[in-house]
Design a binder for this molecule. Structure first.
Ligand SMILES: NC(=O)c1ccc[n+]([C@@H]2O[C@H](COP(=O)([O-])OP(=O)(O)OC[C@H]3O[C@@H](n4cnc5c(N)ncnc54)[C@H](O)[C@@H]3O)[C@@H](O)[C@H]2O)c1
Length: 352
């Protein structure tokens, strides 16, 4: 599959990463970036495949697993390791890991020597269906998440479904939150494939392959039309306006996928108010099948609204949402008043 015309996205089991990369870009020097969970499991295998295809792996940089590695300090350390290893402008960086390694590696590749080639080797479901495709890279600041970044399209994305065998079930659910979102936005075959959510959560390879392939091609299609998020790409934020508010109000104690799940339910409620289509029950059923909560405990609606007001994507006085006119028919930039937004948020909150 190709994302736009720009780069191949390969999905399969037991992919030969070295050979795929040799077909997508010129073989030469490279470095591998991974984290402390994924590295011990898979870095050796990836290095062997790269070397067999003629790549010279100058360095493997292993950062601590977790969001904390999307920091200026870790970013600086990775750049220095690449410089000490002698990686040059014509080198490539292979990012082997979840969204954290992808976002960090992407920003390293965008900035090291003013830009080197990037290959994404996603190892979480979220990274396979979402973060590895689309060209957004980023770091967090103490002042907020993803405040630093650049757009850089990878030269290749190779999603080996075999990596998912070691992924904890909860992390599978986090990826499935985005799959549910894309199914509702896309309609058609991807929406139909959501009937395999429970199988996918149980680790069924066929269900996972179908959902990853359809999700990634949907995301790639949306992004290809609007790489810089000036228009339609905004639909991918479905569930994320309330979701980000919930996440921030919880002090990031709430997992992103869980926040987005409850956020989608709140935004389905708003969709019902604005368009009269009732998709709330459908949302709740799909999210439960994906192992996700549809309500959040212990937060105050006013705090969530406050966090939504501070969100960097908000413009003007009103809250703007992506809403669903029906399955497969999203509308973006819908303005909603404070009172309506508040009641939708209240509806997904439960007392602690
Ligand atoms: N760039 C984008 O467009 C985009 C989109 C969505 C999310 N993101 C970013 O992605 C990040 C979240 O990504 P994530 O959920 O993949 O988190 P993550 O990278 O932290 O991975 C989650 C956990 O799973 C572990 N792990 C990864 N692969 C594994 C495997 N195969 N087996 C066992 N354990 C494994 C990791 O070490 C980590 O502990 C956030 O920083 C978010 O901002 C970026």
């Amino acid at each position: 599959m190709r994302a736009g015309e720009a780069y191949p996205v390969e999905v399969g089991c037991g992919l030969d990463v070295g050979a795929l990369a040799a077909a997508a870009l010129e073989v030469g020097d490279c470095a591998l970036l991974t984290d402390s969970t994924v590295g011990p499991l898979y870095a050796g295998r990836v290095r062997r495949s790269l070397r067999a295809a003629g790549w010279r792996v100058l360095e493997t940089v292993e950062v601590p697993a977790g969001e904390g590695s999307k920091s200026l300090a870790v970013y600086g350390e990775v750049l220095r390791r690449l410089a000490r290893a002698g990686l040059m402008r014509d080198g490539a960086l292979f990012a082997l890991g979840g969204g954290v390694v992808g976002d960090l590696g992407g920003f390293v590749a965008a900035s090291y020597m003013r830009g080197i080639s990037l290959v994404m080797l996603p190892t979480t479901l979220l990274a396979m269906v979402d973060s590895s495709v689309g060209g957004k890279t980023g770091l967090d600041l103490p002042e907020g998440k993803n405040l630093v970044g650049a757009f850089l399209q990878p030269r290749l994305v190779a999603a080996d479904l075999g990596f998912l065998e070691s992924l904890p079930r909860r992390e599978l659910s986090m990826g499935l939150a985005e799959v549910v979102k894309m199914g509702l936005l896309a309609g058609g075959r991807l929406f139909g494939a959501l009937q395999r959510l429970a199988e996918a959560l149980a680790g069924d390879a066929g269900a996972l392959e179908e959902l990853v392939l359809l999700s990634v091609s949907f995301k790639a299609g949306v992004v290809a039309e609007d790489e810089r998020e000036r228009g339609r790409r905004a639909i991918l934020n479905y569930g994320h306006t309330v979701g980000h508010g919930l996440e921030a109000a919880s002090g990031y104690g709430l997992a992103h996928g869980e926040a987005v799940a409850a956020g989608m339910v709140a935004e389905a409620l708003l969709s019902r108010r604005v368009f009269g289509t009732d998709l709330v029950g459908l949302h709740e059923r799909l999210l439960r099948e994906a192992g996700l909560p549809v309500r959040v405990r212990g937060l105050e609606a006013a705090e969530v609204l406050g966090a939504m007001r501070r969100d960097k994507k908000r413009r003007g006085g009103e809250h703007r949402f992506v809403l669903l006119r029906e399955v497969g028919r999203p509308v973006w930039g819908v303005e909603v008043g404070e009172e309506e937004a508040l009641s939708a948020v209240e509806a997904v909150l439960e007392a602690a």
